[in-house]
Design a protein around this ligand. Structure first.
Ligand SMILES: NC(=O)c1ccc[n+]([C@@H]2O[C@H](COP(=O)([O-])OP(=O)(O)OC[C@H]3O[C@@H](n4cnc5c(N)ncnc54)[C@H](OP(=O)(O)O)[C@@H]3O)[C@@H](O)[C@H]2O)c1
Length: 274
């Protein structure tokens, strides 16, 4: 997918990784529509990047309903959807509230899939598009205190692999991004939970993971979209862990490759989303 001239719909735009992504997309010649809840940083980022602020709470079902249609009516067809908004729900399960649990699943899993569902009919009709879902290595390896967050991200990774199988033979690409720790508000919150902090200290100390720079993450994501790569895993030293987890999906892909592409593509192309 060519980024120059593309319209990118970016969620979680005002967070640590979102800001780096917005700047990187614009530097590469894309125009961006920026989604987050809080208007002020969204407008500031819009001014800094020339992007369009589109305030929305993705955990609110009424706001989520028809969101892509409203964005496209105002700013034109979406070429690249980047589902980057996410939230941790750090702690032992019984220490979380029902609302913490619902918010993590809604924002990390339901909203990305719903936005993919809404944007896909247009992309298939235009015969062009790319879906980017920002997952986490916490969805690959399990960490104490991250059962809910890791579970939601594992779900997102798995669902994106399934979508990729459904979209085989169509011009719509998918990218799953599995990243390790980036110094951010989210990592600060995770660090305040003793068992999670100790686990990260151990893996970082053993150099199985390193802290990532958000600009490097953004550059990697944009390059992966341009190259049509299905997965991006950072830091690279975590690749063996991710490859072992991904092996069943890779085997399934090989097994499915005997199914004619038409049989796979027929259903998505005939559907439309409200
Ligand atoms: N940071 C890490 O170490 C790390 C590691 C692996 C994966 N990731 C993933 O990378 C992505 C970005 O992480 P980050 O560290 O940049 O996050 P962050 O700094 O905490 O930013 C989160 C962004 O999401 C927005 N947001 C939060 N709740 C929302 C809602 N209900 N509706 C709409 N927008 C909402 C926030 O803006 P408002 O609060 O104004 O809405 C903000 O723009 C996430 O999916 C995260 O899971 C992060």
């Amino acid at each position: 997918m060519r980024i120059t001239g593309a319209h990118v719909l970016l969620t979680g735009a005002t967070g640590t990784i979102g800001v780096a992504l917005a700047h990187r997309f614009v530097r590469q010649g894309a125009r961006v529509t920026l989604v987050a809840r809080t208007l002020e940083p969204l407008q500031a980022l819009g001014q800094a990047t020339g992007g369009k602020a589109f305030p929305a709470d993705l955990c609110d079902p009424e706001t989520l309903h028809g969101l892509v249609g409203r964005v496209e009516a105002r700013h034109g067809p979406v070429d690249v959807l980047v589902n980057n908004a996410g939230v941790d729900a750090t702690g032992f399960l019984t220490d979380l509230t029902a609302q913490d649990l619902r918010r993590a699943i809604d924002l990390n899993l339901t909203a990305p899939l719903e936005l993919c569902r809404q944007v896909l009919p247009g992309m298939l009709a235009r015969r062009s598009g790319h879906l980017v879902n920002i997952s986490s290595l916490a969805g690959v390896a399990t960490f104490p205190g991250l059962a809910v967050y890791g579970g939601s991200k594992a779900g997102l990774t798995h669902a994106t692999s399934g979508l990729r199988a459904d979209l085989r033979g169509t011009p719509v690409g998918t990218l799953t991004v599995e990243i390790g720790p980036v110094v951010s508000e989210m990592m600060n919150r995770i660090g305040r939970h003793g068992p999670s902090d100790a686990a990260f200290a151990r893996v970082l100390g053993a150099r199985l993971l390193t802290h990532l720079d958000p600009d490097d993450v953004a550059r990697g994501i944009v390059t992966a979209i341009e190259q049509g790569r299905p997965h991006l895993r950072l830091p690279r030293r975590a690749a063996p862990i991710a490859a072992m987890t991904g092996a069943p999906r890779a085997l399934a892909r090989i097994a499915l490759s005997g199914i004619p592409a038409r049989a796979v593509t027929q259903r998505p192309e005939t559907r439309s989303a409200p």
